[in-house]
Design a protein around this ligand. Sequence first.
Ligand SMILES: [Ca+2]
Ligand SMILES: [Ca+2]
Length: 144
Amino acid sequence: MAHFAEVDYVVYPAGTWYILRSSLGFTGVAFGESTDLPVPADYDGDGKTDLAVFRPSNGTWYLMRSTAGFAGIAFGVGTDLPVPADYDGDGKADVAVFRNGVWYILRSKDGFTGVAFGVAMINQQLTLLFSKTPPLYPTDYYFN
Ligand SMILES: [Ca+2]
Ligand SMILES: [Ca+2]
């Protein structure tokens, strides 16, 4: 867990990541399209956050992993809310979506699962909130 002073900041307007890194300064990286949803997380478990987007038009996750490299993973549909996190506790973030009160999780160690928790209305509200809020993610970013 990074101390606040060491955290990097990133914004994601129209397919370019603008990252203010705590130790390496500012950078801009083109990754993704303007209609993609940014889903940064540490997917390969090396302790560094990876650039990643969820593309609603084809339900595919595009991951630029800092150690394991690029990956494209078809998981979810366009109306899903992407909710990546490490659900099975192996240190690697898992691809996951929330849809109509069900969490669909592709766990890196324990495999696929679906968990009913919440209601469909939450999904709609979160999607609305997500779409109107400029993404701002403080985290530890890898980029050279
Ligand atoms: Ca990583
Ligand atoms: Ca995991």
